[in-house]
Design a protein around this ligand. Structure first.
Ligand code: ADP
Length: 160
């Protein structure tokens, strides 16, 4: 079995991300959730908070590693010898970005393959951004994120 990397901001991790991970883990055996530090995106949660939330959300799922990285995903792949990037595809609007990224990564590192996995129907409208928006305005996010993330979002916006 070969390992795969699932890169993203995970600011914060949602049920959509967890669903993809649970579905692909049995196929690849080992999945590294590669958290992009993305300071330019001005994330709501710090790297440490995002890691802790992901660890809690994925507790009990075998073969999961969580790492943070600040640079090109292909550089991380080169370093670890992993050749597969997995990304989730929700609406058609995701497609163009994913196509560009997959081709750019292939150009930068020809041995790398990007594999796209369709979002499950119940999560195709869930994104970290919409969840943050709902939580910011006091709406319930319990159907979209793991319980620990819902609590962390509530605390984050209460303290603002
Ligand atoms: P980005 O930082 O590129 O916006 P995210 O960190 O939000 O990406 O997500 C990482 C990956 O997970 C992306 O491939 C994204 O399309 C995918 N993803 C996000 N939300 C969902 C979802 N609800 N269902 C399936 N895939 C998703």
């Amino acid at each position: 079995m070969s390992a795969a990397i699932y890169p993203g901001s995970f600011d914060p991790i949602t049920n959509g991300h967890c669903d993809i991970i649970r579905r692909i883990q049995p196929i690849f055996g080992e999945i590294t959730l590669l958290l992009a530090k993305s300071p330019k995106k001005r994330p709501l949660f710090t790297v440490e908070e995002r890691i802790a939330l992901a660890e809690e959300a994925l507790e009990g799922v075998p073969g999961i590693r969580i790492a943070a990285h600040d640079g090109l995903t292909v550089d991380y792949l080169r370093k670890t010898g992993v050749r597969v990037i997995v990304r989730g595809l929700r609406a058609v609007s995701d497609f163009e970005y994913e196509l560009v990224m997959a081709n750019m990564n292939k150009k930068l590192s020809p041995g790398v393959e990007t594999m796209l996995v369709f979002a499950s129907p119940e999560y195709y409208y869930v994104s970290s951004n919409t969840v943050k928006e709902v939580a910011m305005h006091g709406g319930s996010v319990k159907d979209f994120v793991p319980p620990g993330v819902a609590k962390a979002l509530e605390a984050k916006f209460e303290s603002r």
